[in-house]
Design a protein around this ligand. Structure first.
Ligand code: HEM
Length: 506
């Protein structure tokens, strides 16, 4: 009898243990890490990366799938490479993955991780995003700066004429950089970069060069970020250079801020409010450090990204003359040839919109999102994502996914005619500005700048590739510099004025 009772209880314990084990086993199976390449001791999967990480990740994804785990040094990374996975992140788990990895570059470019871009998901970031969304980058505010953007376009047109005198080739990369940098400076503090120099001694070429150096260091995987015990040694010398660049960058924004605080607005009698003025007069009083970090966000986020998009857009329409002709026909029909195109014409220029969308699909300046980080253990689909994983979305791979786009490597603006696929991040097959709460707050401004400049260029000049190069033979190769996908060869072209002389005087 006793034996029977013992047997019974042994059986119960055995069955319960088996059930618990099976449950644990199945749940572990269900929440394993995503698949990925082998991880070697210390270096992890670093060997699989190349100069163009977005291309390396896209190639690895062909083997391991659209959600992939890599350990880079000591840091867990997950790479998402298709629209389903992007939707899973941005729509289903957006808040859980809304923090940022504490990368060394954030200390310098993000002024101690205090900028919108580099700060963690929390109250400070929320306040800054709110200010950006409700005070600085609203459509009404963007529109209030249209006269300044038009003046800048006038300067750009004049410069192109000057540079192309006698049939000389024009370096558009340089021209676009100046245009977008001046546009952003004029929103921040009213004046062009050169004028700011006369006013405060601020050398904005030096400022932007410092920012570029800091952004360049983002493109290089910093060993100090990946292998924490190597951080103090700064083996690549990156941190030393970042500190130098940050000191210059901060000095320049501080000198502008100082003038404003003394009551010296740079453009007297203007009824358009500059960003710095707005930031100094908010109901929530901001300290200088916060104002400086927002200034850096705008100057760093908005300058070169937009210039790169413009360079690709103009390169593609010169490379595809039939597209250029159709865009010009549309402009001539809607705007005519008696006045320059205005931003108010945009709703009537649907073909122009398709060119901009197609440019940002095929050539998204930011190939990867910035790192998204989960502070707690989380899941994406049924995969386990350990706390403090850096999640990157491969925008470049998604925008050219053959499952989502027909002939994905061809430049076909028509694919956006008669549909309302938008660039705003609601279509997960097209994510040049990211999506969700960490998506780009400057996307409307960027689109205004690109549309307006491209329309003006197509309206006012005839364009051709350098002598001896046919449009179809133009070099459209990509390179990855400073965390951006740029044209490997700067766009150097021939521009011939096509309208009466008054169009070219500013
Ligand atoms: C064609 C131009 C631009 C492109 C392609 C672009 C793209 C992006 C992308 C992909 C992100 C990262 C999203 C993520 O991590 O998920 C981002 C973030 C950001 N962008 Fe842009 N951007 C552009 C223009 C601008 C402009 C004009 C500004 C401001 C004036 C700006 C300010 C920012 C800021 C502050 C962030 C960080 C947002 C956050 O962390 O909350 N960007 N942008």
């Amino acid at each position: 009898m006793e034996f029977e009772v013992v047997d019974f209880w042994l059986l119960v314990v055995g069955v319960v243990s088996l059930i618990l084990y099976l449950k644990w086993f199945i749940s572990n199976l269900k929440t394993s890490l995503p698949p990925g390449p082998p991880n070697w001791p210390i270096v992890g999967s670093l060997f699989y990366l190349s100069k163009c990480p977005h291309v390396a990740f896209a190639n690895l994804a062909k083997k391991y799938g659209p959600i992939m785990y890599l350990r880079l040094g000591f840091v867990d990374h997950v790479i998402l490479s298709n629209s389903e996975m992007a939707m899973e992140l941005f729509k289903v788990h957006d808040a859980e993955f809304a923090s940022r990895p504490k990368m060394i570059v954030g200390k310098y470019l993000g002024l101690d991780w205090s900028s919108i871009t580099f700060s963690n998901y929390g109250d400070h970031w929320r306040l800054l995003r709110k200010i950006a969304a409700t005070e600085l980058l609203t459509i009404a505010r963007i529109n209030s700066f249209e006269p300044r953007r038009q003046e800048e376009l006038g300067c750009m047109v004049e410069k192109i004429v000057e540079h192309s005198q006698g049939g000389k080739h024009v370096d558009m990369k340089q021209i676009f950089r100046e245009l977008t940098r001046n546009n952003i400076c004029r929103m921040l503090f009213g004046t062009r970069c050169e004028t700011a120099k006369n006013f405060t001694g601020t050398d904005f070429d030096e400022f932007f060069n410092s920012v570029s150096k800091l952004i360049d260091s983002m493109a290089e995987f910093n060993l100090g970020d990946l292998v924490p015990f190597l951080k103090p040694f700064d083996l690549q010398g990156l941190e030393k250079n970042m500190k130098l660049a940050k000191d210059k960058m901060e000095h320049h924004v501080a000198s502008i801020l100082k003038e404003y605080k003394k009551g010296n607005k740079m453009v007297a009698n203007s009824n358009v409010k500059d960003f710095v003025e707005i930031l100094l007069n908010l109901d929530e009083k901001l300290d200088d450090a916060t104002i400086k970090s927002i200034m850096v966000d705008m100057l760093a986020g908005g300058g070169d990204t937009t210039a790169i998009a413009l360079e690709w857009a103009l390169a593609e329409v010169i490379h595809n003359p039939e597209i250029m002709n159709r865009a010009r026909e549309e402009l001539d029909k809607v705007v005519g040839t008696n006045r320059r195109v205005h931003e108010s014409d945009f709703p009537n220029l649907p073909y122009l919109h398709t060119i901009v969308k197609e440019t940002l699909r095929l050539h998204p300046p930011a190939a990867l999102t910035l790192g998204h980080l989960n502070v707690k253990d989380a899941q994406l689909l049924h995969y386990k994502i350990p706390a403090n994983t850096t999640v990157l979305v491969n925008i470049w791979a998604i925008n050219r996914d053959p499952k989502a786009w027909k002939k994905p490597l061809e430049f076909i603006p028509d694919r956006f005619l008669n549909n309302n696929i938008s660039l705003s991040g609601s279509n997960y097959n097209l994510l040049p500005f990211g999506s969700g709460r960490r998506g780009c707050p400057g996307m409307d401004l960027a689109q205004h700048m690109v549309h307006c400049a491209l329309a003006t260029l197509i309206q006012t000049f005839d364009w051709s590739p350098p002598v001896g190069v046919k449009p179809k033979d133009m070099n459209m190769m990509e390179d990855y510099i400073g965390a951006f996908v740029v044209k490997a060869n700067p766009l150097i072209v021939i521009a011939k004025p096509r309208l009466p002389p008054q169009f070219y005087k500013h």
